[in-house]
Design a protein around this ligand. Structure first.
Ligand code: ASP
Length: 439
């Protein structure tokens, strides 16, 4: 068996956390490839090293003195090194970083050092080989990730290495310039390594025991999800679940490798398994509920819309021309509604409205704001009668006015639009009906 293990920032925030992570690696000889994040927060008032690096580099870029800011970062690492009792120093690395900051090496370079240095410590502590991600994770000149080149480079590099540490979050273009993924991107590196070494499982260690059925800020102590498919997760992720970077699904999915989300502080918990497909039924009809507030909708109507060829395209064109992404487009015979993110839309709304008028000549157009969208997701829904009925009767009992309903063609999800003020109440009602009362 081969396992790739990625540790998030809170799992490596201090020497104490580092020890827990190392114990996890050492307790299973199959855990051969380790992907560290940069040190995260040690407590809620603390700073993430990645944020400290961005701030420090911002000073360097403006030719301001950054000695103190860099010394603070070094202190974070020194505390870990001493806490682990290592005879090891990053002094030379920090000299090089200082030099590169003075030479304006770029904010991506700056941010990447968080993972790079943590990787060096981890490799030293575990006695694993350190592999610099700049050599094996490749980005194209336009900044896009080059997945196929990376897969070849990574597979070739790791082929003869029994145990390695590969820092997360960054790589380089073919000129050697450091490029990072978006925030939280160490998850993607873990997935890339898993694909390259054809791992049996990609373990992603964080500070929660997997995904919860619903947001714990809305439902107190929600049940956790023991198994979820990639597709279900996509439906939930795009509505705002934040445990795993959404792009990290793609590399492992290509190889059918399962992801296991685990809790560094509770290693005995099974966590959540993310799999391609499963015969295992989820405990409840639904797998999860997720949602987001802050949507607007544009309602458009025109007599005989249904027989006018190209009407929908013209309307959508107006949004595309203003670079506004569309969330949902429910429609009737002579009406259609376009849901968009309020913050993306609001500054361009009048321009979009006039373009819709110009292109599509609707009879009526009206904008509504302060809407929330809720996705109820579950692979079990397809084969269970009455799921929609239960959702809507629960919402009616809770006095929630449903503004929009959209069932994905996969029958994996039902999207419900409600007013922002009903958002939490609606999620509670749906959770209660499926999980608490287990109907
Ligand atoms: N350290 C980076 C961040 O804070 C990447 C990561 O942790 O995945 O976003």
């Amino acid at each position: 068996m081969k396992k790739v293990v990625k540790f998030g920032g809170s799992s490596l925030a201090s020497a104490e956390q580092f020890k827990k992570a190392a114990d996890i690696v050492r307790s299973d000889a199959d855990r051969r490839y380790v992907i560290p994040s940069a040190p995260g927060k040690r407590n809620s008032g603390d700073k993430k090293v990645t944020d400290m690096l961005y701030a420090c580099y911002a000073l360097a870029e403006k030719d301001r003195n950054f000695d103190v800011a860099l010394a603070d970062i070094k202190a974070r690492y020194d505390e870990i090194i001493h806490g682990l009792g290592l005879d090891f120093s990053l002094a030379d690395d920090f000299k090089e970083i200082e030099e590169n900051f003075k030479n304006k090496a770029g904010s991506m370079y700056a941010a990447s050092r968080g993972e790079y240095l943590n990787g060096k410590i981890m490799a030293e502590y575990l006695g694993f080989t350190f592999v610099d991600s700049a050599e094996v994770v490749r980005f194209k000149e336009n900044g896009d990730f080059d997945s196929e080149t990376t897969n070849k480079l990574m597979a070739a590099r790791l082929a003869d290495i029994e145990t390695a540490v590969v820092p997360g979050f960054f790589g380089a273009d073919d000129k050697g310039n450091i490029v990072t993924f978006s925030r939280g991107g160490s998850d993607i590196t873990g997935s890339i390594v898993s694909r390259a070494v054809k791992a049996d499982v990609y373990e992603n260690w964080t500070d929660v025991s997997g995904f919860m059925i619903a947001d714990p800020r809305i439902i107190s102590h929600p049940q956790s999800i023991s198994m979820i498919t990639y597709t279900e997760l996509r439906e939930l992720a795009y509505m705002g679940a934040s445990v795993l970077h959404e792009d990290s699904i793609f590399p492992v999915r290509k190889e059918g490798i399962p992801i296991n989300i685990r809790n560094t502080n509770k290693p005995e918990d099974e966590g959540t398994w993310i799999v391609e497909s499963t015969a295992r039924k989820s405990k409840y009809t639904i797998t999860g509920i997720a949602g987001k507030k802050g949507f607007c909708c544009v309602n458009i109507s025109k007599d005989m819309m249904n027989s006018e060829v190209g009407f929908v395209r013209k309307v959508l064109q107006a949004f595309e021309d203003h670079q506004i992404s569309i969330e949902h487009v429910p429609s009737g015979i002579d009406t259609m509604t376009v849901f968009v993110h309020e913050d993306e839309f609001i500054s361009k709304e009048q321009a979009v409205v006039s373009e819709i008028h110009r292109l599509a000549k609707p009879d009526m157009l009206e904008i509504e704001s302060d809407l929330g969208l809720i996705a109820v997701v579950g692979r079990g829904m397809k084969s269970t009668r009455g799921t929609a009925g239960r959702i809507f009767s629960a919402l009616a009992h809770a006095n929630v006015n449903v503004r929009m309903i959209d069932q994905g063609s996969s029958e994996l999800n039902i999207i419900i639009g409600v007013e922002n003020r009903d958002f939490e109440k609606a999620i509670r009602a749906i959770y209660d009906i499926f999980v608490e009362t287990q109907l």
